[in-house]
Design a protein around this ligand. Sequence first.
Ligand code: AMP
Length: 120
Amino acid sequence: MAYDPNNVFARILRGEIPCKKVYEDDHVLAFHDINPQAPIHVLVIPKGAYVSLEDFSAKAPAEERAAFLAAVGHVARTLGLVKSGYRILANHGPDSSQEVPHFHVHIFGGRRLGRMLERA
Ligand code: AMP
């Protein structure tokens, strides 16, 4: 899938749409999900144009991949989730129901999160 530069997260990165920012560095932005599925639900996105983890893991330079992983851990610590625990999730493609075609990791926390997957 080609990257759509008008997807909602690209627009957030360009400052065209506001977000509730949690963290930002040269490579990464993290912000609260607009429709939270847990008491804490934060999205971590790379600033580069990648459709999903598939695209990001195949194409992003090592510096961007390292910065992204470090940022996910940093954000979880900043949110105070290390002791209580948290879940990260990244959707890719139709079976995952990925909605926004800009790579992102969800961080969920703040309550018991239940089993990993909805039963078929
Ligand atoms: P996914 O299904 O993995 O693509 O998840 C996309 C997520 O983006 C959903 O949890 C949405 O609630 C969230 N989302 C969509 N638009 C916005 C926005 N403007 N600000 C923050 N989160 C958003």
